[in-house]
Design a protein around this ligand. Structure first.
Ligand code: FMN
Length: 190
């Protein structure tokens, strides 16, 4: 689907979680298209994602502050991870590394993204991106299955040539597919 109209995104707050996959650059396009669809976008980047891409790109595209730590000095007394979690209509994690999926499945809350995942009552949509052997790894499969059983939504990755040189399933789903799924999840949540 190209240049779809995603009506359910309009006026919604989408927390976009960005972890450190090589597909991180595609997430900039995703952020931009979410904004164009009328969503208010709050980006949370993992520490490692910030090593692959500057938070400034997401700040500019989302027109909002980017959250990279839980430990910045803040003026408001409200813990930011809770206000962010409560503000969300949807938590969309794209790209999602094997690591972040493992943290979610294990209930580990060691940074802003994993903590917001545990604290939000909003639907969660995860778009994995990783090497095909990582995606097929028994522990990663187990983690994805556990999250699916718990009601977490997934946009499966695509087959094809991967950045690491391998060929197989693991490439981040096309941005339009992610947007269509986010739109559908928000439609269900109404
Ligand atoms: C250049 C580069 C590309 C990477 N791409 C991926 C990837 O596509 N998927 C993945 O699961 N891990 C990938 N990794 C490994 C993760 O960055 C690593 O597991 C990291 O600890 C994950 O941290 P995070 O989940 O907190 O972002 C990559 C690492 C590097 C250096």
């Amino acid at each position: 689907m190209q240049n779809g109209i995603f009506e359910n995104l309009k006026g919604k707050t989408v927390i976009l979680g960005v972890s450190s996959s090589i597909a991180v650059y595609k997430s900039a396009d995703l952020a931009s298209k979410l904004v164009k669809s009328g969503a208010s976008v709050r980006v949370i980047m993992t520490r490692n994602a910030c090593k692959l891409m500057s938070p400034r790109i997401f700040q500019t595209l989302s027109k909002n502050k980017v959250y990279t730590s839980m430990w910045e000095d803040v003026e408001d007394w409200h813990p930011e991870h809770i206000s962010l979690a409560e503000s969300a209509d949807l938590l969309l994690v794209a790209p999602a590394t094997a690591n972040i999926i493992g943290c979610f499945a294990a209930g580990i809350a060691h940074d802003m993204l994993t903590t917001v995942f545990l604290a939000t009552a909003a639907p969660v949509l995860v778009a994995p991106a990783m090497n095909c052997n990582m995606y097929g790894n028994a522990f990663v499969r187990r983690n994805i299955d556990a999250l699916k059983k718990a009601g977490v939504y997934f946009v499966d990755p695509e087959e094809g040539a991967l950045a690491c040189g391998a060929e197989g399933k693991g490439r981040l789903a096309d941005v339009e597919r992610i947007l269509a799924r986010a739109n559908a999840v928000l439609g269900e949540a109404r």
